[in-house]
Design a protein around this ligand. Sequence first.
Ligand SMILES: [Zn+2]
Length: 154
Amino acid sequence: MSDWKEEVEEVVFPGKICVPYTWTVGSTMSKWYVLMRDEGQIWANRCPSCGKVYIPPKAKCLECYRDVNDWVRLPGTGTVETFTVVHYEEPSMHPKKPPFAYGIIRMDGADTGFVHLIDEIEPEKIKVGMRVEAVMSEERSGNILDIKYFRPID
Ligand SMILES: [Zn+2]
């Protein structure tokens, strides 16, 4: 009777928990989101030392570790560097029903890629190197979907 715990088959049930939480995006990202929300504009920031332009903006330059405090407004156009087409439906993670495309957009005037939706084109017609422009949401709330998506311009 004393060793029954060593012989028992352990029964395990799958579980799932939902833990709501909030977090701060920090002052640099807050400024970026507020500019998109209130002005409908897309900004980046530029390292005053090496000149690298970041979008999304960075508090510290990833190249030279200097504070990045210079802000530059971007024209809202760019080039698709790469993309993927999503076929898996996951409403808690994706803002759209599949199939849809995420791209890495190199915005004009920036030195970094920026992940966002590509729309107004059939996913199979998207090409690397394609020129795109940002479409801002009519109702903006200070998050990444204040840019509704990018659409082809050529
Ligand atoms: Zn730098």
